[in-house]
Design a protein around this ligand. Structure first.
Ligand code: APR
Ligand code: ZN
Length: 376
């Protein structure tokens, strides 16, 4: 057994901003009290990894091991950890659930604050890192760092899942799919026969579509400026596709309001663009329409609209991790997938060995992938 020992393994290291990841042999310390060391099987490549790598994230710290959409198997546990044992199949969660903080005890939020400060600094709760490479300390990322073959996470940032579920797929429930699906189910709480518009038909937007289909929405308008996104989105269940580029003389919200006789019951922004956020709000029906911000805008960006939009009954909301309390919900989402009530396979457009991880980022930037999975 490797328990208690330093493990040497492969990891994709981000040495500095704007540089490709570099495959290295890293040293991973054993888990300390309340921590778990996990052997990662696979990880998805997500925009948040790219955003930090771009150097635009003011909280980004280097050198770092990115990745937060993975799944694996517990290698060993630290002192006091009773919820996990070696061999358990697990998904790391960048939104933890401690069951103890004010936020965990509040029914209306999933934003556990227990380890927020150290997680934001790229460190474990004791203020140190478990990763080294060539004698240099590497930072953790979002409490997950799934681009390493072995990683150490807090036990409150981990959930145990059905061991029969394929680890090379279910890691996607650690971010994009749960975020979009939960935005529809939890944050908007879309009802049967609703009308819906989803702005941005990437992995997150399609997960919103999946949630709206499950709830029986009668019209789901997909909005994307890339015409290549229509075909896959139709398979997920959009009933109409609108490309803003085909309506350059008119703001897209006017196009949608005309199409729907006054606006939509629900709209979702799944891009991270503050101008589109405004369009999504203003495409909502007067009196009752609700718009949910799902996409993450760049640091310092601000949204605007006329307050009259809200005075006249529209609601503007936002969501992180789809509003799911993470440890309670993700194992249930895995079960739903196993019962074929939730799609994951359809989101995976590319699979590659970790050695080719930079190709995953390139495909994402080129708009050619929904999700790329890297395998160890
Ligand atoms: N109008 C319409 N569609 C747009 C626009 C726009 N102005 N800008 C971009 N798009 C489309 C892109 O063509 C793409 O299909 O939005 C889609 C975004 O999808 P992805 O890039 O695949 O991103 P995804 O993984 O779905 O994540 C969406 O959520 O996680 C956050 O902030 C993160 O930007 C990310 C967003
Ligand atoms: Zn908590």
């Amino acid at each position: 057994s490797t328990a208690g020992q330093v493990i040497k393994c492969r990891a994709a290291v981000a040495w500095s901003a704007k540089k490709p990841l570099s495959l290295e042999t890293v040293e991973v310390d054993p888990p300390k009290a309340g921590e778990v060391r996990v052997k990662i099987k696979s990880s998805g490549v997500c925009h948040t990894d790219a955003y930090t790598l771009s150097g635009e994230d003011p909280e980004g710290i280097f050198p770092v091991i990115l990745g937060h959409e993975g799944a694996g198997v517990v290698e060993s546990v630290g002192e006091g950890v009773t919820d996990f044992k070696s061999g358990d199949h697990v998904i790391p969660l960048y939104v933890p659930q401690c069951y103890d903080c004010e936020f965990c005890k509040h029914p209306k939020t999933n934003l556990c604050q227990k380890i927020r400060v150290t997680q934001g600094k790229g460190l474990m709760p004791d203020g140190t890192s478990r990763f080294r490479c060539n004698g240099k300390q590497l930072f953790h990322f979002m409490g997950c760092s799934t681009f390493s073959e072995y990683t150490v996470v807090c036990a409150i940032s981990l959930c145990k899942v059905d061991a029969k579920a394929p680890l090379e797929k279910i890691g996607l429930l650690g971010c994009g799919i749960s975020t979009g699906y939960g935005a529809a189910l939890n944050t908007a709480n879309v009802e049967k026969d609703s009308t819906v518009a989803v702005f941005g038909l990437g992995g997150v937007g399609l997960a919103v579509v999946m949630g709206c289909v499950e709830r029986g929405a009668k019209q789901i308008i997909g909005v994307d400026m890339n015409p290549d996104k229509e075909a896959a989105a139709r398979k997920f269940g959009i009933t109409d596709f609108v490309n803003p580029k085909d309506h350059e003389k008119k703001p897209i919200q006017e196009v949608l309001v005309e199409m729907t006789n006054g606006g939509l019951d629900y709209t979702f922004e799944c891009i991270g663009n503050v101008d589109v956020m405004r369009s999504a709000l203003e495409a909502c029906h007067k009196g009752w329409g609700t718009s949910v911000i799902v996409g993450v805008a760049g640091a310092g960006k601000e949204i605007s609209t006329r307050p009259f939009q809200l005075v006249t009954g529209r609601t503007w909301k936002g969501t992180a991790f789809g509003g799911f309390k993470s440890r309670d919900s993700v194992p249930k989402l895995v079960d739903k997938y196993m019962k074929k009530q939730l799609k994951i396979d359809e989101f995976i457009t590319h699979t590659m060995p970790v050695e080719e991880i930079n190709r995953g980022f390139e495909l994402m930037h080129a708009g050619k992938s929904l999700r790329s999975i890297v395998n160890f």
